[in-house]
Ligand binder design. Sequence first.
Ligand code: SF4
Length: 228
Amino acid sequence: VRSRNEGGGEIRQERFDFLPDEKEEEGELEASWTSYWQAQRGALDQDLDQLCERALTCEECGLRATCTQVVFGEGDPDSELMFVGEAPGADEDREGRPFVGRAGRLLDRILEACQLHRGSVYITNVVKCRPPGNRTPRPDERDSCFPFLRAQVRLIRPRIIVSLGAAATKSLIHPEAMITRMRGTWQKWAGVPVMPTFHPAALLRDPNKKAPTWRDMQEVMKALEGND
Ligand code: SF4
């Protein structure tokens, strides 16, 4: 796999050679992230704004050529809770914000029911540019974009990540993960506890998924409160 670093030089490596072992202790994990990011992108950003600027000019994969704009993510950079979806859709691509449109409004309502709001959590996607026709991002596109998500997690340091839907859960936890089986069970990614649950768009299609999603969110809130 070839990729281009910040200085324009080309580095050759397997993309995931630098992926940290998820069982590593936090210090080692940080060091692995640092190596991974530097190898992938050439420099380590100090804050989310720098990282966002880098993402906004990214052309690492072909998705940037067909989308309107990069949708980096939004919310509280110090949040304890991070939501990760699959990729921007048409509304997100137009507005440059994650989870707007019908599914986004439902996510807002879920947050309100948990006595949270957009400004108190951080919301992003695995892939930052909209795939044409809302198709599922290809593995190579996801791999290209993964360093941004890892860097977001490194900078935000959430206590809990909620993976929204099958695609995000497959990306974070395991390629064969089935959301219907895995939702509601604690997983771990990059040293952070992950609660997989249904994507809000799935709730719009099937209201029967609302109750289990609510149970999953209650688990999340319980875990957050329990660790205070
Ligand atoms: S999807 Fe990610 S890696 Fe691809 S161009 Fe957009 S920001 Fe860059």
